[in-house]
Design a protein around this ligand. Structure first.
Ligand code: ADP
Ligand code: MG
Length: 838
């Protein structure tokens, strides 16, 4: 099957493109005229526009003006690119020749981005160059355009590469890098254009508003326009973990250390129990009592879904089906018992799909025989006194720690979900397989894993500032982006960010051949087939790029390739730059490159000489990812810019996606039928089944992200108020304006008597800042507790979000008042110190 030659557009997209096309013609006409003009014409035009824009303060007027000059401005950029052609430029210490002039589809992409859309353009279409158009146009305003990349290396590469073009046109370009000190960062933001990763931008925002003590320490100067490259990776994949700045807090009573031994014992008890279920299941199967066997297997699944024997038994389709059937029956309460009852026969139950752990009554009794209620939470009355609140808080922390420890033990496997190195627990990104140093799981999960591994537990940090990726990017007046894969998440982009996706045709027809999936019963069979397929490709010299879903799979495959004496490169690079260099060579004759799915994103794979005749790059996926988007991303690694290429996925029934989400019933039946003939299957409707499974996981992911956001939205309102206030204090000429009322009421003059007048303003500023930070950070702690609390209480009928909103409001309402009172007290104390010192 040949991939569609031309994307099929929904009517809406077609209309949008039809509206854009005349503008493209106009740009090209302008550009033609510029070809005969002297170079100085470009600079004149640019200077004129900047001059005019600097006088506009009204948003609507500015937007109208930009729209009006767009065709000519884009022509200027394209013409500058043309004039630069043949030039030697330096990117990352390497010399290369500039040989790009914007294609028409790139102009379309550039217009879409200026209009606040997501330009969906395939890999290799030149999105880096596309961005130069809206970046230039909007940078003319002097308000600062931020270009957001997925990693530091790409920020550096693109700022140098495209920087040549911008500097040619007289614009300044900056680039944020992780290790820059504040003065340097500030200078990058002063540039017309600033490249950087989402976390650099986000953390700068948090530091500016949560930590800076003076206006001079703040580095950002506003949020006008962010253009996000690989926008799905940032706004979808990364959006689950909020950006958090923490300070080491006090850890006198570390609930993780305290509860670790008990939880370890509990897990051992549960394992014994589960070993029993496994034995029981075997016995009953031999005795021919499938109903009893099914029940034992179901308990095993609830108690320890990653139990080795359980996993092995689930390799048999008929057993899979059995568990499934029993589970449904219990869900419906057919035997007068429901899943809830079964869970009570365990010490705790695990829901692998939702990554959740629940203590049962039996577990509670085991942990605290004398007082099992120590691990249940009472209702907290809003009117409750200080003591009741405190003891509720303590209990909530205990219960929470235990639940997190259980998750650490039963759901987070070493070398799959995290690695331990140099006494530190480092998260492995699920989709890239890359270690994420510095990132921590939230809500105490990280501490729980540290406790489990027996490494030093970083003290339960105090949040001093946090924001979700979503709410950070909503700060911008304008937001847009580009990626090869956005369409499957169009609804989420629309609902959360008001961003619409516009798929843009490719410059040349796409020749990629998408082969049908091959499905095997076991992982082993699958990997053997993959190795065999690679061997065949190598016979002709066709290069192969293999994408795996995890580092572990990459390593398994590498071992098999080694045994088969097939030379290959495994990509588990230490850094993005090295990785990019390896991926870039994946299209050379005879190359076999194994990498996790998302590694090397943003790097172009050019075909080596003669490779096109061999059929181009062959992409193999060893597993379907949990979202269709990531699969599309992998397929898109081949057949760039009209190259030939093919892609094929090899799957097995033991893959996570199949185990958790596909319809095991139908799948198993199918496998059985075909087992007699061959262990491989191809079929269109199987593909549909898998896509449905992926869609379910995507929706589930969306629900989780939405949830994180719903909670952050409550916070966002409060954060906005507090940050505004704090900024007012930082920037006010006369701080007394800000807190005048309160201070006057309390006889301000008396309190600061004896303080030299020139010291008054800094003293007041300090007094108020300290008050704001003190109360805000306490408030953040309270909000953390509250969040945990409402979830634990959610066992009842109440919606945690509603509870959270109400209580958060109550907590916040007293905050500003408390700040004023403390500010006055601080001022008194500071003034006293000055008097003593003087
Ligand atoms: P994408 O981000 O869309 O995957 P890149 O921006 O990395 O693509 O560009 C891919 C390759 O295409 C680069 O090698 C770039 O030099 C080349 N390229 C982009 N635009 C043009 C153009 N207009 N003419 C020639 N080459 C181009
Ligand atoms: Mg790119």
């Amino acid at each position: 099957m040949i991939a569609k030659l031309l994307p099929v557009f929904a009517g809406k997209n077609e209309r949008e493109l039809a509206r854009i096309r005349p503008v493209v013609s106009k740009i090209n006409r302008c550009e033609e005229k510029l070809q005969t003009a002297p170079e100085s014409k470009l600079h004149e035009l640019t200077a004129g526009w900047r001059e005019h824009l600097s006088g506009i303060t009204d948003d609507a007027t500015r937007a109208r003006y930009l729209e009006q000059i767009l065709p000519e401005a884009y022509a200027v950029v394209k013409n500058a690119a043309r004039r630069m052609s043949g030039r030697q430029i330096d990117v990352g210490g390497q010399s290369m020749t500039w040989e790009m002039v914007h294609f028409d589809v790139q102009l379309i992409g550039g217009i879409a981005i200026h209009r606040g859309l997501i330009a969906e353009m395939q890999t290799g279409e030149g999105k880096t160059l596309v961005a130069t158009l809206p970046v230039f146009l909007n940078a003319l305003t002097g308000l600062g355009v931020h270009v957001v990349t997925v990693n530091d290396y790409l920020a550096r590469r693109d700022s140098e590469w495209m920087g040549e073009l911008f500097r040619f046109l007289g614009l300044s370009v900056g680039c944020l890098q992780h290790d820059q000190p504040p003065e340097v960062r500030r200078a990058q933001y002063q540039c017309d254009i600033t490249y950087g990763t989402n976390s650099e931008f986000g953390f700068d925002y948090l530091r500016d508003n949560g930590i800076a003590r003076t206006a001079e320490q703040q580095v950002q100067r506003g949020h006008y326009f962010a253009i996000i490259d690989e926008i799905d990776s940032i706004l979808i994949d990364e959006a689950r973990t909020p950006l958090i700045i923490t300070m080491p807090g006090n850890d006198e009573s570390d609930p993780f250390v305290r509860n670790k031994p008990a939880v370890a014992r509990l897990v051992r008890k549960q394992t014994e129990l589960c070993n029993g279920f496994a034995a029981e299941a075997k016995r009953q199967l031999e005795a021919g009592d499938t109903a009893a066997a099914g029940l034992a297997l179901l308990k095993l699944k609830l108690g320890q879904p990653r139990h080795r024997q359980f996993l092995r038994m689930m390799e048999q389709p008929e057993l899979r089906r059995l568990v499934d059937k029993v589970e449904t029956t219990y869900q419906r309460g057919r035997f007068g018992k429901t899943l809830v009852h079964l869970k009570e026969e365990l010490y705790f139950s695990i829901n692998e799909k939702d990554r959740d752990a629940d203590l049962s009554e039996m577990g509670r009794v085991f942990l605290s025989p004398k007082d099992p209620d120590a691990f249940t939470l009472p209702e907290l009355d809003l009117e409750a006194g200080e003591d009741a609140r405190r003891s509720f808080g303590e209990r909530a922390r205990e219960v929470h720690a235990i639940s997190q420890l259980l998750k650490a033990w039963c759901l987070h496997e070493r070398d799959v979900h995290y690695v331990v190195r140099d006494g530190k627990v480092t998260i492995i990104d699920e989709s890239t397989g890359r270690e994420m140093p510095g990132r921590r799981w939230s809500d105490g999960l990280h501490q729980a894993v540290e406790a489990k591994e027996g490494v030093k537990i970083e003290s339960e940090n105090r949040t001093c500032a946090s924001i979700t990726i979503q709410n950070y990017f909503r700060l911008y007046d304008k937001l847009a982006g580009m990626t090869g894969t956005a369409e499957t998440e169009a609804a989420e982009f629309h609902d959360i960010y008001q961003l619409d996706v516009l798929p843009i045709p490719t410059h040349r027809p796409n020749l990629r051949v998408d082969e049908n999936d091959s499905v095997y019963r076991t992982r082993d069979e699958k990997f053997r087939a993959v190795v065999e397929r690679i061997r065949r490709a190598r016979e002709t010299g066709q290069p192969v790029l293999v994408g795996t879903a995890s580092v572990e799979s990459s390593e398994t495959l590498a071992r098999l390739l080694k045994r088969a004496k097939i030379p290959h490169t495994v990509l588990n690079a230490k850094n993005h730059e090295e990785e990019a260099a390896i991926v870039a060579r994946a299209g050379e004759r005879g190359a076999v490159t194994v990498s996790t799915n998302m590694a090397g994103r943003g790097t172009d794979i050019k075909l080596g000489p003669g490779v096109a005749e061999l059929g181009g790059l062959f992409v193999i996926g060893t597993e379907r990812a949990t979202s269709r988007r990531i699969d599309r991303q992998l397929r898109g690694r081949c057949s760039r810019q009209g190259d030939p290429g093919r892609a094929r996925f090899f799957l097995s029934l033991e893959d996570d996606l199949m185990r958790h989400h596909a319809a095991p019933d139908q799948m198993a039946a199918m496998i059985e039928q075909s087992a007699a003939r061959a262990s491989t299957l191809r079929g269109g409707w199987l593909g549909k089944l898998i896509e449905e499974a992926q869609q379910r996981v995507e929706q589930h992911g969306y629900k989780i992200r939405k949830r994180v956001l719903d909670f952050d939205d409550v916070m966002n309102l409060q954060r906005g108020i507090v940050y505004d206030q704090r900024n007012e204090v930082l920037h006010a000429e006369d701080i007394r304006q800000v807190i005048r009322d309160e201070l006057r009421e309390t006889q301000h003059e008396d309190r600061v008597a004896g303080v030299p007048p020139e010291m008054l303003a800094p003293l007041e500023r300090e007094a108020v800042l300290r008050a704001i930070d003190w109360h805000w950070q306490n408030h953040l702690d309270d909000m953390d507790d509250l969040r945990e609390g409402v979830f634990l209480r959610a066992q009842g009928q109440k919606d945690p979000l509603v509870e959270f909103k109400n209580e958060a409001y109550a907590l916040f309402s007293g905050l500003m008042e408390a700040v004023r009172v403390t500010a006055v007290k601080n001022l008194e104390r500071l003034a006293e110190r000055v008097r003593v010192a003087g």
